[in-house]
Structures are given as C-alpha cells and as structure tokens.
Design a protein around this ligand. Structure first.
Ligand code: ADP
Ligand code: MG
Length: 584
C-alpha cells in the first residue's frame, strides 16, 4: 500500500509519550507499586534474620511470625495491585490509540481511501494497536525501574572499587555496541511482520468481500495462496525479530558472565598485590551478580520498544493520510426548505496527477427545483459530477457552486446535509433494514418512514419479511435483490428531505412497474427539490425538465428531449439505441 507521508516525523519515543501522557498518573502509580513490591521482598530476609535470632535466644517468635505473614500478604497484594494497574493502563493506551485511529479513518478524504486497502487500515486498528500494550507498560516501567536499580548498583560499585567498576563498564560498553547493531534489526523485522499482517488483512478483505465471484471463478486456490503468502511473510519476519531479540538477551547475559570472569581475574590480581582486601572483591562480585537482573530488564525493555515503535510507525502513517477537518454534524434541512441551485463553471478534474483529465472544462447550470437528467456514454464523467458535488474530490480548476456559493465556502457537514445521494451501486450496509433506512436521518418518525416506504414501493417487501423493518439484510445487503437494494438506497436518501437529490442510475435494476412508480415519485419530489439523475432509460429522460449530454469529460449539449433529438447527433443516437433498448 502506498501511504503518503506529509507531516515531518516525530521521534518514536515522543509519539509514544503522547499516547501514554493521558495515563501518566496510573503508570507512575503502577511503577511505584512495582517498586514497593520489590522493597517488601527485600525486607523479608531482614525479618527472617530476626526470627532466627529470636529462636536461637529462646524468645517468643509470635511477633516475628506475624510480621513475616503480614509482609508476605502485603507483598502479594501490592504485587497483584501493581500488575493490575499496569495492565489496565496498557489497555487504556490501546483503547486511546484505537479511538484516535478509528475516528481519524472515518474522516479520511476519499482520494486517500481510494489509495488504501481497507483490510490493511483495519489491521492497523486491530493488530498494530495491541503491540502498544507491551511497549507502554513493560517497556516504560522496565526502563524506569531497571534503570533506577542499575544506576544505584553502579554507584555502589563505584564506592566499593572504581578500578573494578571501570573493568565492568568496559565489558558492558562492548556489549552495548553489539546491542546497538542488533536493536534496529528487531525494529525492521517487526515493521515488516506488521506490514505483512496488513497485507493479509487486505487480501482477506478482497477475497471475503467477493467470495461468490471468487468461487464462481474457481479462484479459491489462488486467493488462498495470496493470503497464505502474507501469513508466512509475517511468520518469517516475526521469527527474525524473535531471533534478534534472543540474540540481544543473550548478549546481555554473556556480557555479564564475561564481566564476572574479568572482575574475578583483575580483582584477584589486585588482591594478590594487596591493592584491595578480599572482602572488597567479594562485595564487588556480588554487585556484578546483582547487576544482571536490571540489565536484562533494560535490554528487554529496549527490544520490546522496537516492536512497539514499529507498530506505532504504522499507526502514525495512517494518521498522516489526508482527512477532512473534524466538524460537528449539521442539522438536516427543515421540512419545506427551499431547493438548491447548482452550477459548474469550467471545471477541470482528474483523479490523480498521473491520470488523464476526467472533466475537461465542464460547465452547466441547474436552477432550483425540477428534474435534470445526465446522459452520455459510460466513462463520460457523469458519476464524477456527483462525487465533486459531494466534495469527495476537489476540482483542479473551475468553480462548483451550490446556491451561488462556491463549494469550498460551504461548511462540509452543512453542504452534505443538504444533499441526498444514491450511489451508482446503491450500497446497503449490514444490519437491519431500519438501520439502513435511518442511516441518513436517525430522527425520521414512523409516519415519514411509512410514507417513504410506500413511495419507494418497499412496503410490500417489509410486509412479507418475517421481522419487517428489523430484518437483517446481510453483509452489503446480500439478502436483498438488486432492485430492492436500489429502492432502499432511494428511500434512505428521501428520508433526509434533501434540497438537492442525486440519483446515479438509481433505477437501473428495477422492473418496468417499479420503475414507472419510482419515476412518478421522483417527478413528485422534483416539484419541491432539485433532482439530478444519471439515467439510462428513455422514459426517465423524456420527462426531465432538462437534459445534460456529456461526452469525454465535456458537456456537449443541454436541452429538452425534443430539442436534443433535433440538435445533437450523439443524443439522437443514444435515444435511438441505448435508451430504447434499456427501457424496453
Ligand atoms: N476513483 C477513481 N479513480 C480513478 N479513476 C476513476 C475513478 N472513478 C472513475 N474513474 C475514471 O473516471 C472516468 C469517468 O468515470 P465516471 O464519472 O464514473 O463515468 P460515468 O459515470 O459517466 O460512466 C472513467 O474513465 C473512470 O475510469
Ligand atoms: Mg457512472
């Protein structure tokens, strides 16, 4: 997938802190509890020593026993609370990322959606965000507590013997260099593994979204191979990341062993020359031993951070896609709101810089009220006219205006709330029939709903269904026929009481009886609303107040059926062949 990167990149740790910041108190509390757990653990040997002293001196041991029991219980309780607080914080960070990302993706501009794979975007919300879970808590807390312990231990080592500390740090530095080489590889492999998960989501979505066609084409095996290839790539890269993580962990372990041996050798020599007493060497060796666990902790935190930031990079990449500004929804037009006038002035548009112009100077004007039909060969740019009115895309040159006001002067939600749009393929969303109808106007009352059902001739269908309006229509409305889907889409648009109604081949799949009925409905609506239809049937076109003939990205002619049959050869030909055939 190609995602454009526009904003400058922030370093990953700053991004991560951005996600953690709202939860910093909880995280700090969790870290404190983790430290307290460690501290109560350290107290236990002291109390145990007291117990043994009491026993050896025949003193009652009740108090010491009670103290130990209290300590053990406190340790367990504080430990459990600490780990609960940290996990809860981690889940909150994931939730925050999911919220941010899903809100953002819903506002993506259509060109960005055109360029993306929905399956991959979905993987970013579902899979990548989960990787933030470990990195925020384990990694940050590990770095914090491990780092603190490390500094304290090193300081104590310096107090005991600076020379031996120098030896230890030398070894640790060598290991650090090796780690610096390994760590970026973990990041790279994690990134590729997550990209492969995204690719798998994309190819799954492609296959499951068109499973009937895949089956009918006998393409299951080939589709299976694509999905498996992505799954295997993710496996390969995750295994590679695991290998480098293991290498990092073992490098740290090995470094500590080497440090132990070196300190033993150098320290032994120093003891032999009388530079330090044996006690110092023993104490120092104990510290080297103590150093082991915080170092492992810090290395673990750093490796985990790598896979976390790889996921974070994918999340940020999605957050850099161009989106529409967040704006509160606008109210729908009040009943009886005046119809909208529309004009295109020399509009030039192409879908991308490397694609040919789809509109090469489109000009037409539609007064408020009445029915305007758009006709022209397939690919002429009719659907694109509607996409531009909805501001799914921005024209490169020229002006589009609604009510005399240029589109970019309109507040986007307000513009769209004035429009009812039935797309060419009349999409229906999974859910109930009612959900689908009320999608554009959740406030519509039962009376309005019943009226629109009648005018779109859906009342018969609703009556036949066992659950009526609450019947589930299946993914993309697969449980409805093509004609039923179109009528649902029209009903949905009508329920918004639009000032401007756009119907893109909205009746192409209806039978003659339903089509005639809907034609009457549309004619009726056109008395109070501006209606634009892309039509293929002569019957729709002849009844239009005006017809806009489009060809190859230009408006060829505008007029009534009668005028155009005389004046425009293309229209005359379309009328004589395509329309008649389709209407027959
Ligand atoms: N999202 C898109 N990205 C790139 N090209 C597109 C896109 N949508 C349509 N096109 C191209 O734009 C041209 C006009 O399409 P369209 O407006 O749908 O034509 P019509 O509705 O008149 O049949 C076609 O050549 C089509 O291939
Ligand atoms: Mg079209």
């Amino acid at each position: 997938m190609t995602l454009t990167e526009t904003a400058p990149e922030m370093p990953p740790w700053r991004l991560l802190l951005g996600y953690v910041r709202p939860h910093r108190r909880a995280l700090f509390g969790g870290a404190l509890l983790a430290l307290a757990t460690g501290a109560t653990g350290l107290l236990l040997p002291l109390v145990a020593r007291g117990l043994i002293d009491d026993l050896s001196q025949d003193r009652p041991i009740g108090r010491a026993l009670l103290g130990m029991a209290a300590l053990v219980v406190t340790n367990a309780a504080v430990g459990a609370l600490g780990s609960y607080v940290l996990r809860r914080t981690a889940e909150s960070v994931v939730l925050g990322a999911r919220r941010t990302l899903s809100s953002y993706l819903l506002r993506l501009r259509i060109p960005a959606v055109d360029r993306s794979e929905p399956g991959d975007l979905m993987a970013r919300i579902t899979s990548d965000t989960t990787l933030l879970r470990e990195v925020t808590t384990d990694s940050l807390v590990g770095l914090g507590t491990g780092g603190l312990t490390l500094v304290a231990t090193v300081a104590l080592m310096g107090l005991v013997d600076p020379v031996l500390l120098g030896v230890t740090l030398g070894v640790v530095l060598c290991a650090g260099t090796v780690l610096a080489l390994i760590v970026p590889r973990i990041n790279r492999a994690s990134r590729r593994a997550q990209d492969a998960v995204g690719a798998m989501g994309a190819s799954l979505e492609r296959t499951l979204g068109a499973l009937r066609t895949v089956k009918a084409s006998g393409a299951e095996d080939r589709e299976e191979r694509t999905v498996h290839a992505a799954a295997e790539e993710s496996w390969r890269q995750s295994v590679r990341a695991a290998r480098w993580s293991a290498a990092a962990g073992n490098t740290a372990g090995l470094a500590m062993q080497i440090a132990f041996i070196t300190v033993l050798a150098v320290g032994g020599a120093r003891v032999a020359t009388g530079a330090i007493p044996v006690g110092t060497l023993v104490a120092f060796l104990l510290y080297v031993f103590y150093l082991m666990s915080p170092i492992q902790q810090v290395v673990g935190a750093v490796t985990q951070y790598q896979s976390g930031t790889a996921a974070l990079a994918r999340i940020q990449e999605a957050l850099r896609l161009p989106a529409e500004p967040a704006a509160p929804p606008a109210p729908l037009p009040a009943p009886g709101a005046p119809p909208a006038a529309l004009a295109f002035e020399d509009v030039r548009f192409r879908y991308a810089d490397d694609l040919p112009y789809v509109h090469q100077g489109v000009t037409f004007a539609v007064p408020a009220r009445g029915l305007t039909a758009f006709v022209g060969p397939s690919g002429a740019g009719k659907t694109t006219v509607f996409s531009l009115i909805e501001r799914f895309y921005e024209p490169e040159a020229g002006v589009i205006s609604v009510d005399g006001l240029a589109l970019d002067a309109w507040e986007l939600p307000r513009l769209r709330s004035a429009i009812g749009y039935v797309e060419q393929d009349a999409p229906v969303l999974s859910g109930s029939l009612r959900d689908n109808l009320l999608l554009g106007n959740p406030e519509a009352d039962e009376g309005e709903l019943a009226r629109v059902l009648r005018t779109t001739r859906l009342d018969g269908l609703v009556g036949r269904l066992p659950n009526g309006l609450d019947t589930l229509v299946g993914h993309r409305g697969t449980k409805l026929s093509g004609g039923e889907r179109q009528r649902v889409a029209i009903a949905r648009a009508l329920l918004r009481r639009p000032r401007l109604l756009l119907l893109d081949e909205a009746t192409s799949q209806l039978d003659a009886v339903n089509e005639a009925a809907l034609r009457d409905t549309v004619a009726d609506v056109a008395r109070t609303t501006t209606v634009l239809v892309v039509a293929h049937r002569l019957s729709t076109v002849t009844s239009a107040d005006r017809i806009v003939v489009m060809d190859a990205g230009r408006v060829r002619a505008v007029g009534t059926h009668r005028e155009l049959v005389e004046a425009d050869p293309l229209y005359a030909e379309l009328a004589a062949t395509q329309f008649l055939a389709a209407a027959g």
